[in-house]
Design a protein around this ligand. Structure first.
Ligand SMILES: C[S@@+](CC[C@H](N)C(=O)[O-])C[C@H]1O[C@@H](n2cnc3c(N)ncnc32)[C@H](O)[C@@H]1O
Length: 404
C-alpha cells in the first residue's frame, strides 16, 4: 500500500472530482488505493468521513463497493450539497432536464433578481441579471437530483464571473479594469460545463447518510466502534488563518436556492460565520489534558504569545475530534495531513496526531508523504521579522489500525 503516491500526472479534470472546485481536496487515486487494499483484506462494511468536503473519499468508497454504508459530516452546506450530488448522481432523464433548463434560460419571462448583502461588490450588474435568469431556470427543474446537479455545475461559473480573484480562496476584489474586461459568456460556459460533466454523475448509492453540522457534536452522540474505516483530511489550523472553506463558498451559498441547501439557520448570517463556527474558530474554554498539552508544548514555547492563543484554540477542538474519532472507529483510521507554519515554526500535526492515536490503541501501519502540486495557498504566506515564511508544501498519509 502507498508505495508511490506522487500521482504527479493525476488530473482531476478528467474525473468527477474535477467538475467542481473545492479547497484542499484529497487526491482521489490515493484514497482509492488505500481503501481498496483495506477493503480487500478485511471485512469492511462501513466508511466514515468526518470532514467530507467535496466527498472525495466517500465517492471513491462507493466506486470500490456500492454496498458499503457511507457516512459523512461537514459543517459547510456547500460541501454537503456537492457530496450529496456525487453520491445521488443525476437522473436517467438528465438530457431532458437539460433541454428544459436551456428552454427556460432562453425564454426567461419575468425573473426575480438575486439579492444578498454586498452583491454589487462581488458581481457586475449584467452578471447579476444573467445569474438571476439561470437561477429562475434551475428552479423550474422538478427532478431533485438533476436540479441539485445544475446548482453545483453553476459554482465554478459563479466564481469565474464574480469580481473576486482566482489566486486565493479568500474573497478579494480584482482591480476595476479587470472587472470591466470580463466578457459575459456565463450562459455559454454554464451549459458547456453541464454537457461536459453529466456523464461523470451516472453512478449512485442510496446507502449513505450525510450530516450537515459540527462534527464535534455529532461524535458525542454516535455510539462506540460503529465504523470500520474512518478516512478524512481535517483542517490543518483554524479556517481564518489557513483555508477559508466558508468564505470560499459564500457567493455560491447566497445564490443557490435555500430549499436545496441543508441549513441549520445561521450559515448565511455573514461572510465569515462558517469559518468562525469551524474547527478552532470559536473562543471556548481551554480544556486540554496534560498528555495533549505535552504534545503541543514544544511548538508553543517557540511562538509568540499572541499566536499561541489561536494554536491552543485549534488543538483544543482537534483533540476533542481525535478522541471522538477513536471512539467511533472499529478498525482503521486513515488521515491525510499537512503541517502548517506559525511564526516560522513548523507545527508537526502529523507527528502529534500519530502520537495521540498510538496512545489511544491505534498503531501506525502506514506512513507516506507527497509534494503538494498547484496549491492556491501560496508557499510563502506571511512575513515575520520582514522575512518570508514557508507554508505547507507536503502532505502526509497515515494509516492506523486498532490494536487487537
Ligand atoms: C481539508 S477539508 C476536506 C476536504 C475533503 N477531504 C475533500 O477531498 O474534498 C476540511 C473540511 O472540514 C470542514 N470542517 C471544518 N470544521 C468542521 C467542523 N467543526 N465540523 C464539520 N466539518 C468541519 C470544512 O468545511 C472542510 O470542508
Amino acid at each position: 500500500m502507498l508505495e508511490n503516491i506522487e500521482y504527479s500526472d493525476y488530473k482531476k479534470r478528467e474525473d468527477i472530482h474535477g467538475t467542481v472546485l473545492y479547497p484542499a481536496v484529497m487526491i482521489a487515486p490515493i484514497q482509492n488505493e488505500v481503501l481498496t487494499e483495506l477493503i480487500q483484506k478485511n471485512k469492511i462494511t462501513s466508511v466514515f468521513d468526518p470532514f467530507h468536503g467535496s466527498g472525495t473519499a466517500l465517492y471513491e468508497a462507493m466506486e470500490i463497493d456500492s454496498n458499503l454504508h457511507l457516512v459523512g459530516c461537514d459543517i459547510n452546506p456547500l460541501a454537503n450539497l456537492i457530496t450529496r450530488v456525487k453520491l445521488d448522481g443525476v437522473s436517467k432523464n438528465i438530457k431532458d432536464s437539460l433541454t428544459l433548463l436551456i428552454k427556460h434560460i432562453n425564454n426567461p419571462g419575468v425573473v426575480e433578481t438575486i439579492k444578498f448583502p454586498n452583491i454589487e461588490k462581488w458581481f457586475r450588474k449584467d452578471i447579476i441579471e444573467t445569474l438571476s435568469i439561470i437561477k429562475a431556470a434551475i428552479l423550474q427543474i422538478e427532478n431533485d437530483n438533476d436540479r441539485r446537479f445544475f446548482w453545483i455545475m453553476l459554482c465554478d461559473c459563479i466564481r469565474k464571473y464574480s469580481n473576486t480573484r482566482s489566486s486565493t480562496y479568500k474573497l478579494h476584489k480584482k482591480e476595476s479594469e479587470k472587472i470591466e474586461r470580463i466578457e459575459n459568456n456565463l450562459i455559454k460556459d454554464y451549459i458547456k460545463a453541464i454537457e461536459q460533466n453529466f456523464k461523470k454523475y451516472e453512478k449512485c448509492t442510496e446507502n449513505y447518510i450525510l450530516y450537515k453540522r459540527d462534527v464535534l457534536g455529532l461524535l458525542k452522540e454516535l455510539p462506540s466502534r460503529i465504523f470500520d474505516i474512518s478516512i478524512s483530511s481535517p483542517p490543518y489550523g483554524d479556517n481564518a488563518t489557513t483555508v477559508p472553506y466558508g468564505q470560499f463558498s459564500m457567493l455560491d451559498l447566497y445564490i443557490i436556492d435555500k430549499r436545496d441547501l441543508e441549513l441549520e439557520g445561521w450559515e448565511l448570517d455573514n461572510y465569515s460565520i462558517i469559518d468562525r463556527m469551524s474547527l478552532g474558530g470559536n473562543k471556548k474554554e481551554t480544556k486540554l489534558g496534560e498528555f495533549e498539552k505535552g504534545l503541543i508544548k514544544p511548538y508553543l514555547d517557540k511562538i509568540s504569545i499572541e499566536k499561541q492563543e489561536k494554536v491552543i484554540r485549534f488543538f483544543n477542538d482537534y483533540f476533542v475530534w481525535l478522541e471522538g474519532l477513536c471512539k467511533v472507529t472499529d478498525k482503521f483510521i486513515v488521515l491525510t495531513l499537512g503541517n502548517r507554519t506559525v511564526d516560522r515554526i513548523k507545527i508537526n500535526l502529523t507527528e502529534i496526531t500519530q502520537k495521540y492515536l498510538e496512545s489511544r490503541e491505534f498503531k501506525n501501519i502506514e506512513f507516506a508523504e507527497r509534494e503538494i502540486p498547484n496549491k492556491r495557498t501560496p508557499k510563502v504566506t506571511s512575513m515575520v521579522d520582514l522575512k518570508p515564511v514557508d507554508s505547507m508544501t507536503k502532505e502526509y498519509i497515515i494509516v492506523h489500525e486498532r490494536r487487537k
